[in-house]
Design a protein around this ligand. Structure first.
Ligand code: CP
Length: 307
């Protein structure tokens, strides 16, 4: 395929064949990761800057490892120790980083649309590592990759996404990604955290976790994003957990070979019980593992590797 994208800002405008091309490229990258020496020179001489304005464990680390596996120079920027604390604007910060001539900026920001805004003012490539409640495209691509490795397909699977849908960039990107590849998507959460307009995506909406999980092939649990909640969306964490937490009894309604996913970080005992988070049908750490190959693929494609 002829890869023409300069940025990966979201999956809303990705075509199914582009998504499949990323998956195919990630498979090649995974082969690199099985070698004794897990390094190729594909991005030698290129610089990747991880520009994170929000905390991250998985995304930032896996982008750093991905860049290093491809021989790029990787620089990690953390807003908490940057001149942002002295009043510098987002755009000024980004322009100053760009003046040092990186090839790719990997950006996470708490404002929805921040990466789209910066892409209009900068000339280097940008990968969205999560912008507010908008999109987290690399998470959705690694979720897809993980499902394909486990199930061999996505089309026709019933995939339930349960939790704080309103604030979840993971849910939004997965709606685009998994929906375009033919999954049957169910969204579940309390009415206050389940925007009715999401029914327009073709997903089925329900406030009943049993209905969402029944006969599901994949159950994706989401964290309650208290940092984005401006008001009370449910009476208490305990009540939320009782109504929307995944436990053995609820998961027993899913298909016999159903798997559990969660983008992390998980709140044990809130959205998922301890035993399920660690059980053999949990793919939570497989998702983290997939993140390196998928992010290698995206860095490689944006750096012009497929041309
Ligand atoms: N899934 C995810 O984005 O995790 P981090 O916030 O740790 O990067």
């Amino acid at each position: 395929m002829d890869w023409r994208r300069k940025h990966v800002l979201g999956l809303s405008d990705f075509r199914p064949e582009e998504i499949e091309f990323v998956v195919d490229t990630a498979r090649s990258m995974e082969e690199v990761l099985t070698r004794d020496i897990k390094k190729v020179p594909a991005l030698r001489g290129k610089t990747v800057v991880n520009l994170f304005f929000e905390p991250s464990t998985r995304t930032r680390t896996s982008f750093e490892i991905a860049g290093k596996r491809l021989s790029a120079d990787v620089v990690n920027f953390s807003s908490s120790v940057s001149s942002q604390s002295k009043g510098e604007t987002l755009l000024d910060t980004a322009r100053n980083i760009e003046a040092m001539r990186p090839s790719i900026l990997v950006i996470r920001h708490n404002a929805s649309g921040a990466v789209q805004f910066l892409s209009r003012h900068l000339s280097c490539s940008i990968i969205n590592a999560g912008d507010g409640s908008n999109e987290h495209p690399t998470q959705a691509l690694l979720d897809l990759y993980t499902i394909l490795k486990s199930k061999g397909k996505v089309a026709g699977l019933k995939i339930a996404i349960v939790g704080d849908i309103l604030h979840s960039r993971v849910a939004r990107s997965n709606l685009h990604c998994l929906g375009k590849l033919g999954a049957t998507l169910w969204l579940c959460g309390p009415a206050t955290l389940l925007p009715r307009e999401m029914a327009r995506t073709g997903a089925t909406l329900t406030n009943d976790i049993r209905e969402a999980v029944r006969d599901a092939d994949v159950v994706i649990m989401l964290r309650i994003q208290l940092e984005r909640q401006k008001s009370a969306y449910f009476p208490s964490i305990r009540e939320y957990s009782l109504k929307y937490g995944l436990n053995k009894d609820i998961f027993a309604l899913a298909k016999e070979d159903a798997v559990i996913m969660h983008p992390g970080p998980i709140n044990r005992g809130v959205e998922i019980s301890n035993d399920l988070a660690d059980c053999s049908r949990s793919l939570i750490l497989d998702q983290v593992n997939s993140g390196v190959a998928v992010r290698m693929a995206l860095l490689y494609l944006l750096a012009g590797g497929a041309q």
